[in-house]
Design a protein around this ligand. Structure first.
Ligand SMILES: [Zn+2]
Length: 71
């Protein structure tokens, strides 16, 4: 039972998923309720919004953190 209160973790997930798909009304409501009381997630949401705009004008970075990324 996670009730109506989403955790920061869930909100981060919703913000990220919101970039790829349309969130449901319930998901958006829970996210907004949390953003009202959580400054960290509000900033995260704002940053993702900026990223989303930037990604529209530029190709996305390589999303595959392959073997070469680590020494
Ligand atoms: Zn939060």
């Amino acid at each position: 039972m996670d009730g109506i209160k989403p955790t920061c973790r869930e909100v981060h997930r919703l913000v990220s998923e919101g970039m790829d798909r349309e969130l449901s009304l319930v998901e958006r409501t829970r996210m907004r309720l949390h953003l009202v009381v959580c400054g960290a997630c509000t900033r995260f949401d704002a940053q993702m919004g900026l990223l989303r705009r930037a990604m529209r004008s530029a190709p996305p970075p390589p999303a595959d953190p392959g073997d070469e990324a680590q020494p």
